[in-house]
Ligand binder design. Structure first.
Ligand code: BT5
Length: 253
């Protein structure tokens, strides 16, 4: 904690050796966790992705964490927090490694075509207001190789840098940047810096993509990331649509 330079974020810190999923743990222990709490695990045995997918979280090699936030925002702003987390982690990884990281809307960070970080944001509360927001983030830091299903899609900072990367340094820098972005947005209604980062480093903008909903796959072009965090796409028949991250997947062609 001595190296932590945040004003309020992660002052409550739960460090677990092994857990099914830090998001699930945070949900189960919600009464013990205050705004700003950080739940961190060395290993997850049942790490989760979006839309029921799983997230591989090997022991000691990544940052597997959940931030507990009570932003008091309208429910439809949850997507903006995912973009905020992606922008903050982008800046942190670039700051520590200098790697050319891309943001694949809504929740992935990639180096080249390989995924280095995924974000799972879960909001609870009434229909209109976020009571609690869990921002789950997984970063592949020091894996030396991947096997099985994700071998073709995943990479780690260590693989890209060809040397180990400090998880602590990356985490500390991320927390400082995230706190600044969060305060700018939630306290000062200033979201422009986040939008600049996600737009400037977007992997999808102006690219042909497939929009995937269940079994359905429709060709489109990604044209902009809106101020509310949604992705605007234009289909081949000229119709456009604003997509929210929780509903769809997109794939670059
Ligand atoms: C995500 O889902 O990318 C969100 C991942 C969030 C993980 C964090 S870790 C801490 C917190 N606790 C949790 O239980 N979760 C959060 P999605 O966009 O659905 O991507 C999932 C897909 O990524 C999988 O289907 C795999 O193809 C791939 N994948 C799984 N593990 C990976 C890994 N370690 N690195 C790269 N890709 C992976």
């Amino acid at each position: 904690k001595s190296v932590l330079k945040t004003r309020w974020l992660a002052h409550q810190l739960v460090h677990l050796e092994s857990v099914d999923s830090t998001n699930i743990w945070a949900k189960k222990h919600h009464h013990e966790l205050q705004h700003g709490a950080l739940v961190l695990a060395e290993e997850q045995t049942g790490g989760r992705g979006r839309l029921g997918r799983s997230w591989e979280s090997s022991k000691g090699e990544g940052i597997w964490m959940t931030l507990v936030l009570e932003p008091g925002l309208p429910m439809h702003d949850a997507g903006k927090m995912t973009q905020l987390a992606a922008a903050a982690m982008h800046q942190a990884i670039v700051g520590v490694t200098g790697l050319p990281v891309k943001i694949k809307w809504p929740n992935d960070l990639l180096v080249g075509d390989h995924k280095i970080c995924g974000i799972l944001t879960e909001a609870s509360g009434e229909l209109t207001r976020i009571e609690r927001l869990l921002v789950g983030i997984g970063v592949n830091v020091n894996q030396q190789a991947f096997s099985g299903e994700i071998a073709a899609v995943a990479t780690s900072l260590r693989i890209m840098m060809e040397q180990p990367v400090s998880r602590v340094a990356l985490l500390m820098l991320f927390l400082e940047i995230f706190e600044k972005c969060y305060d700018d947005y939630v306290l000062h209604q200033s979201y422009g810096a986040v939008l600049r980062v996600v737009r400037e480093h977007s992997m999808l903008l102006n690219q042909p993509i497939d929009v995937i909903r269940g079994d359905q796959r429709v060709a489109a072009r990604a044209v902009s990331i809106h101020e509310d965090g949604r992705l605007e796409v234009v289909y081949e028949d000229g119709q456009s649509e604003l997509l929210a991250g929780g509903e769809v997947s997109v794939r670059r062609k």
